[in-house]
Design a binder for this molecule. Structure first.
Ligand SMILES: [Zn+2]
Length: 149
């Protein structure tokens, strides 16, 4: 059903529950048994929908929280990664070192994804996220120790 996980949908459900409560109160709690049963069923329906919408809303908030955390990390790394060849690397004294990150994922989504060697191949690296392939020679592992020499 459209509108789930939206504050407006939660409010609409709670409003429906409020209307039923008012009807019961206006009848001075003296409804026919069948009418009372129908009102309580509707009331319980509105509450269930509101609960479901709230849990979807919570999921969406959690997703946004983790996206914010990811973006904050990306901002932190932004000045600390550098492109070399076809990969991105962390830097030490502004020089790249370590395992290469996927350049596509970094440039497109600011995600730092380490490249893996493709199974049965020493020449090709692959990004486990976007599946782009890179030549090993264009994305070498760079020993940090060599930088000190
Ligand atoms: Zn990638």
């Amino acid at each position: 059903m459209p509108g789930y996980g939206k504050v407006s949908a939660v409010l609409r459900s709670l409003n429906g529950a409020g209307v039923i409560t008012k009807e019961i109160r206006d009848a001075n709690f003296m409804l026919e048994r069948l009418e009372m049963k129908k009102q309580l069923t509707d009331l319980s329906g509105y509450i269930s929908v509101a609960k479901m919408e709230l849990s979807l809303l919570q999921e969406s908030i959690d997703e946004k929280d983790s996206e914010l955390t990811r973006l904050a990390e990306a901002l932190t790394y932004k000045g600390n990664v550098k492109r070399r060849g076809d990969g991105y690397y962390r830097t030490l004294d502004n020089r790249p070192y370590g395992q290469p990150y996927c350049s596509y994922c970094w440039e497109q989504d600011q995600r730092l994804i380490h490249l893996h060697n493709r199974v049965l191949s020493n020449d090709i690296r692959i990004c486990p996220h976007c599946k782009n392939e890179y030549q090993n020679t264009r994305t070498p592992y760079i020993e940090a120790d060599l930088l000190a020499v």
